[in-house]
Write a protein that binds this ligand. Structure first.
Ligand SMILES: Cc1ncc(C[n+]2csc(CCOP(=O)(O)OP(=O)(O)O)c2C)c(N)n1
Ligand SMILES: [Mg+2]
Length: 270
């Protein structure tokens, strides 16, 4: 995902990565994965650092430089939310990509506000009475859109071309842009590494995630399937959902259906 984004944006991209798996795996000296300018920020400070860099780029008069943040779900939806909200409000020319692996993975699989209902984490274990996470996933895409941002989108690493197109669109925006990418974590989800792509595709096909855009004040669905694939197929492949009872799965299906009912009623197709 990072490689693809940087292929679209090019060498003259300054990347900010906060504490999280991406900085842990990307910055192991001497094997720095980034060949462009890249810096690790404080955990809550991705967007404020992006703002500062964007101001410097503007002051220097560089027209061909992109300022890109790549942060996890915890770093975005929880601890970095205030900085992100401020940067969007100021209209800074930044591209912010959230890679959502649905928990604080780098510190050992703790629940974030983007962990979905039912998922087992080390802070929301599955027992006899309480079966994993009791809350539902925070709607980060619509929270960002509510700022009336120039461009926001959701994506999944299971739909690569769609993601590439969205990064390209973000690169053309004069102000802030935001892309929320669904990105499975083999360790945290209890799946094999070579299953990540299939799972990231299946989550979209089963309707538990969606490909959408927010542009010029309107929401668009990029993919509006007539029928969903069974959510059980998606859930049962992952150890984090193994403990779920039929009634939990029913709850997940009901939440999915009401969300899609609202999206189909209020959003346009593309
Ligand atoms: C202020 C602060 N609090 C806590 C941490 C510890 N910490 C480092 S990475 C991390 C988890 C990051 O989770 P997420 O943003 O979802 O990224 P992931 O590791 O899942 O890629 C935490 C809690 C920190 N570095 N700084
Ligand atoms: Mg995470």
């Amino acid at each position: 995902m990072v490689r693809l984004a940087l292929k679209v944006l090019g060498e003259r991209t300054i990347t900010v990565v906060p504490a999280g798996c991406m900085s842990a795996v990307g910055f192991i000296y001497p094997q720095l994965c980034f060949s462009n300018n890249a810096i690790i920020s404080t955990f809550p400070g991705t967007a404020s650092m992006l703002s500062g860099i964007a101001a410097a780029v503007k002051a220097k008069g560089h027209k061909d430089v992109h300022v890109l943040g790549i942060a996890g779900d915890g770093g975005t939806a929880d601890i970095g939310l205030q900085a992100l909200s401020g940067a969007i409000d100021r209209g800074d020319k930044i591209i912010y990509i959230c890679y959502d692996n649905e928990a604080y993975m780098n510190t050992g699989i703790q629940k974030s506000s983007l962990t979905p209902f039912g998922a087992k984490t080390t802070t929301t274990p599955a027992g006899e009475n309480i079966r994993g996470t009791l809350t539902s996933k925070k709607n980060m895409f619509e929270i960002v859109a509510a700022h009336d941002i120039a461009y926001a989108a959701t994506a999944s690493i299971g739909y690569v071309q769609d993601f590439i197109n969205k990064v390209y669109k973000a690169s053309l925006v004069e102000g802030p842009s935001y892309i929320h990418v669904f990105a499975p974590c083999p360790t945290g989800w209890g799946i094999k590494t070579d299953e990540t792509f299939e799972i990231a595709k299946e989550v979209v096909d089963s309707g538990l995630w969606y490909l959408a855009e927010y542009e010029n004040g309107e929401f668009f669905l990029n993919k509006n399937p007539k029928e969903f694939t069974p959510v059980e197929n998606y859930l049962r492949k992952q150890n984090r959902f193994k403990h779920l009872h039929d009634e939990d799965i029913e709850q997940i299906i009901n939440a999915r259906d009401s969300k899609w009912e609202r999206m189909r009623r209020q959003w346009n197709n593309k």
